[in-house]
Write a protein that binds this ligand. Structure first.
Ligand code: SIN
Length: 311
């Protein structure tokens, strides 16, 4: 039996293997985070938090369709003070703990991140600048001047490795602009991509929308893998080598995990597939991923990571 080494690292933090949960489904409460802790997820990622607890958007706010899902949760979370209590309780699972932050302003993000910086049990902080579902608030990641300011101001107070959860970009000019901002910052990893914002799914029979918030517009996950791969690939080409990339978007199988790493991701997060199942998904993906690697006769990630061939 050939021994596989699946170890990876993000911003210097070691992960036993490259598969963990995305900030999104089933990672709001202490119980949910503990379930991720006992699962085969390589890390414990929490829901993006705000200053005050939020119930989020009105229901129905999620709808599964063939190949994916549309959702508009609107950042339901317990408020950052509760996570200050919860994170230390997760240390016994002996895996990296990642806090996600999505305050409503630069000042709110600074407050939360200053406090999280003092918690020794938090390994990484992911700043979410891409939630498409806050009613009346545009996605920060599409406003380059504001993103630049936000990242610089957060960099002043963040004492942990800082990551950015990015929206999907679709134009090379936008990739270039964002990459330049990130390369000139203290950001040490990026997560590509958040859901594709403001999609619309139609119930053909009833001739109506399927979710309540924003007149039916919501973030689309699942079927978005080509965009996730493209964003990982392009940012790998443009970002400094020391900036890690975490891929997310449409990962349902071990083959999908492999493709993300082939395009340059150092790890992957699981969103829609976790939402549509349970924590067993991490075990399933890990087994499938190991099988893919074995079938291809690799033994460690560096043999194929970022080695996509062009024809
Ligand atoms: C949501 O809570 O609506 C999703 C969060 C996100 O996409 O950042």
């Amino acid at each position: 039996m050939i021994k596989l080494n699946l170890k990876t690292s993000i911003a210097g933090k070691d992960f036993e293997h490259p598969i963990f949960n995305a900030s999104g489904p089933k990672c709001i409460t202490r119980e949910e985070l503990e379930e991720i802790g006992v699962s085969r997820s390589a890390g414990i990622m929490a829901k993006s938090c705000t200053i005050k607890p939020r119930d989020g958007n009105p229901s129905p706010r999620h709808f599964d369709f063939c190949g994916g899902a549309i959702g508009s949760y609107g950042l339901p979370n317990l408020g950052y003070k509760k996570y200050l209590e919860i994170f230390p309780q997760l240390k016994s699972y002996c895996k990296p703990i990642i806090a996600s932050v999505s305050g409503m302003s630069i000042e709110e993000n600074q407050t939360i991140i200053s406090e999280f910086s003092k918690v020794s049990e938090i390994d990484l902080i992911e700043l979410n600048i891409s939630c498409p579902n806050i009613i009346g608030k545009p996605q920060v990641g599409y406003d380059f001047d504001y993103s630049k300011k936000m990242i610089a101001e957060i960099g002043k107070v963040c004492k942990k490795p800082l990551g950015l959860k990015l929206p999907p970009y679709f134009d090379f000019a936008h990739f270039n602009t964002m990459a330049k901002i990130i390369n000139n910052s203290k950001v040490s990893f990026v997560t590509c991509i958040n859901s594709v914002g403001n999609g619309l799914y139609v119930d053909f029979e009833n001739e109506c929308t399927v979710i309540k918030p924003k007149k039916g517009f919501g973030g689309v996950g699942g079927i978005i893998k080509p965009f996730g791969l493209a964003n990982v690939r392009k940012f790998r080409e443009l970002l400094r080598d020391d900036i890690n990339i975490v891929g997310v978007g449409g990962i349902f199988t071990g083959k999908d995990v492999f493709e993300y790493l082939l395009c340059g991701a150092d790890a992957v997060q699981i969103g829609t597939a976790f939402m549509q199942s349970n924590t067993q998904i991490f075990e399933k993906l890990l087994l499938e991923f190991k099988q893919v690697i074995q079938d291809k006769e690799y033994t460690r990630l560096s043999q194929f990571k970022n080695k996509l061939k062009e024809i």
